[in-house]
Design a protein around this ligand. Structure first.
Ligand code: AMP
Ligand code: GLY
Length: 428
């Protein structure tokens, strides 16, 4: 089959890499891709937002399946456009993608179908939101309704901070129309975990668990980022908790959407807080997480293309999805200054050496080719990933690879996986 992957981050490098393992895959294109993807697939310079351009490319090149990585094209309706053109695309349609595209919509679904989440209120008016914040007290969480590149959620420790968040989102409109409504919600404490599932709108098959590291610096300090590393499995999600997540969160979400007339096909990602009162939804995403994808997909034993086709064709129940028993760890190497301002164009050294290391996979995110060199081209640059029989071994190998790679200003967290190691002595 001829496959097109849309996107150009670490998630898409992992998707391309995994799809190429399928004996059914003849050729993989990636739009726009990055320097790492260019080494294993054909990159085409079409942006993910250029839906018309992508449809035209898919028609002209007889693409049989298009896999959409990022949320922006999904919420913009890329799958609807492909379907209308008679093409197969993996991912939810525009209606279903609202689950990530609108936090207000997601909250309405959760409320209506009794899915555990933080208590919340929706506001279209800043004065009312501020009055509610003063009444509820802190800590409290303020969220822009729409997509805001991971920056639209502010966990406020003080009333001033919460009020500042409302001003930023609603008055200054820092995220444009994404901030015309906000959700103000109860602060939940506990440990976070990501549960991703394949679903064809009826059958829901959870993947192995993973944990992201959202804060920029060690000890979960500093500003939130897209994710600075991940590992899988996450021992915080015991088999009992996973069963509860399936029963109380994943299945009711998909069946609730169906009752609303929405068939969700693709990846449902539940970002969860494991609270003393059980798992609660912090957010839904409608795609693979990045960097969770880098930690989860290498563990997939079954054929990814076959699974994706069964999702698109609504026969996921016929699949038996198998996973490797090992542990994976992904350490993100980011540009100096990320998630704030950073320079681009620094030469990355050591990639050849890392490529020779056993059980190591260096997934590229913000990289580009310039005069024969691989250079930095984004905030998150590489997802240095490794696997091993234990998490400790996976981490040792991933950090050994990080140690041979260098570029000006590189920064990364040194404590990926530490929560799991503390929790589960068997991993040490
Ligand atoms: P979201 O994009 O909604 O997942 O929010 C981004 C991050 O903000 C999450 O990964 C959590 O770390 C934090 N967060 C979101 N909602 C809450 C909440 N209700 N309580 C505590 N932390 C939260
Ligand atoms: N790593 C979190 C996300 O992909 O949204």
């Amino acid at each position: 089959m001829r496959v097109l992957v849309v996107g150009g981050g670490g998630r898409e490098h992992t998707l391309v890499w995994q799809l190429l393992k399928s004996p059914r895959v003849q050729k993989v294109y990636c739009a726009p891709g990055n320097a790492g993807i260019a080494g294993i697939a054909e990159c085409v310079p079409i942006a993910g937002e250029d839906v018309d351009g992508l449809v035209r490319f898919a028609l002209e090149n007889e693409i049989q399946l298009t896999v959409v990585g990022p949320e922006a094209p999904l919420t913009a309706g890329i799958v609807d456009a492909f379907t209308a053109a008679g093409l197969l695309a993996f991912g939810p349609d525009k209606n279903a993608a609202q689950l990530e595209g609108s936090k207000v919509f997601a909250k309405e679904i959760m409320e209506k179908y009794n899915i555990p989440t933080a208590e919340s209120r929706v506001f279209q008016n800043a004065t009312e939101a501020i009055a509610y914040i003063r009444e509820k007290g802190v800590p409290i969480v303020v969220k822009a309704d729409g997509l805001a590149a991971g920056k639209g959620v502010i966990v406020a420790e003080t009333v001033e901070e919460a009020v500042g968040a409302v001003q930023l989102i609603m008055v200054e409109q820092a995220f444009g129309v994404a901030g015309s409504q906000i959700v103000v919600e109860e602060f939940l404490s506990g440990e976070e975990v990501s549960v991703l599932a394949f679903t064809d709108g009826v059958t829901v098959v959870p993947m192995v668990s993973s944990q992201d590291h959202k804060a920029a610096y060690d000890g979960d300090t500093g500003p939130n980022t897209g994710g600075m590393g991940a590992y899988s499995p996450a021992p915080v999600l015991t088999p009992e908790l996973l069963a509860e997540v399936e029963e109380r969160i994943l299945r009711p979400t998909i069946s609730g959407l169906r009752q609303e007339g929405i068939v969700f096909k693709g990846i449902l990602y539940a970002g969860l807080m494991i609270t003393p009162n059980g798992p609660k939804v912090l957010e839904y995403n409608v795609r693979f997480g990045d960097p969770e994808c880098q930690a989860v997909l290498p563990r997939l034993k079954s054929d990814l293309l076959t699974i994706m086709l069964s999702v698109v064709n609504r026969c996921l129940h016929e699949q038996k999805i198998e996973w490797h028993n090992n542990h994976t760890a992904c350490v993100v190497m980011a540009s100096g200054g990320y998630p704030g301002q950073y320079d681009k164009g620094w030469v990355i050294d050591g990639l050849e050496d890392a490529a020779t290391m056993e059980d190591v996979f260096v997934f590229h995110a913000g990289t580009a080719l310039k005069q024969g060199n691989v250079v930095t081209a984004g905030g998150r640059v590489l997802g240095v990933t490794a696997w091993g029989k234990t998490l400790r071994l996976a981490l040792d190998k991933a950090y050994a690879a990080v140690d041979v790679i260098s570029f000006e200003g590189a920064h990364y967290r040194r404590d990926i996986g530490q929560k799991a190691l503390r929790r589960d002595v068997r991993n040490i």
